[in-house]
Write a protein that binds this ligand. Structure first.
Ligand SMILES: O=C(O)CCC(=O)C(=O)O
Length: 267
């Protein structure tokens, strides 16, 4: 990797005490200018190349044309800049500071939402946690637009404080429009909804994967290019729940997820 690229990766700044407090209180936080916007421009060019190439259709999430967004997993394995950024000490440190405990790298995924005029839809209200085989909480996700993202491009909204609401179940698979807030209408009354967000390249939202969130459809005329990196509690034990990320890796139920795919990144 060039010196300039390494310099861009090193641009990840420290999170502040106020940001940590907001994250713990609301279950999410906006981090303005977490890293140099020049890095997002570089990542965007590389992502476009990766996603233009034929994809591994055996992986149901790799480039699958789901309506909420087009997902591309593991750019970190395909491209050294994505690898260096997603696994950087700066990101690992931010994850640890926000969650208040050591974290392990989990996964990276691009989520590209097409304009609604081209068939892109909204991402329904959900919690992420119930889709992953961890025996304990402490997972978080960095959501990083690689292009300017005003609210109408589909930035996420959160229910403040809902990370303490408990595990509420899976709803995203439903095709009848019924979502988690229809099932638990009181939730929407007990928690205020975050304001619409305008994120610029370099800005990030981070959410606890217990926090309820959704993203509206992209009402602009260009793709919402977003890159995400997530982390999980380093003490978590594997539950054995089927998950394409873990299946076939030889992990043992009730044991830590010690595997090169999930490194503990320390300074
Ligand atoms: O990007 C989106 O539309 C939703 C993403 C999301 O729900 C997540 O990353 O947990």
């Amino acid at each position: 990797m060039s010196t300039q690229a390494a310099h861009l990766v090193d641009s990840v700044r420290a999170v502040t005490a106020d940001e940590v407090a907001t994250f713990r209180k609301n279950g999410w936080v906006k981090l303005e200018g977490l890293y140099d916007p020049e890095l997002s421009g570089e990542l965007l060019e590389r992502l476009k190349v990766l996603m233009a190439a034929p994809v591994d259709t055996a992986n149901p999430f790799q480039g699958a044309g789901v309506k909420m967004f087009k997902a591309y997993e593991d750019a970190s394995k395909a491209d050294e800049l994505f690898g260096a950024f997603s696994h950087s000490l700066g990101m690992a440190t931010a994850a640890r500071e926000l969650m208040g405990r050591p974290e392990r790298f989990y996964e990276d995924k691009a989520l590209c939402k097409e304009p609604s005029a081209d068939g892109g839809g909204h991402t329904p209200w959900h919690q992420d946690f119930s889709y992953h085989p961890f025996d304990r909480q402490g997972t978080l996700l960095f959501w990083m637009p690689l292009v300017d993202c005003p609210p109408e491009k589909g930035t996420m909204r959160f229910l403040n404080g809902s990370h303490r609401a408990g595990l509420l179940g899976r709803f995203v698979h439903r095709t009848d429009g019924y979502d988690i807030l229809d099932h638990f209408p009181d939730l929407g009354e007990g928690h205020t909804m975050s304001e619409p967000l305008h994120l610029k390249p370099g800005d990030v939202t981070v959410h606890d994967r217990m926090t309820l969130h959704y993203a509206p459809a992209n009402e602009t005329d260009s793709t919402r290019w977003v890159y995400t990196v997530s982390w999980f509690n380093r003490d978590a034990l594997y539950t054995g729940m089927p998950c394409h990320r873990m299946d076939g890796l030889g992990l043992k139920v009730n044991e830590p997820l010690e595997h090169p795919n999930f490194p503990a990144i320390t300074g």
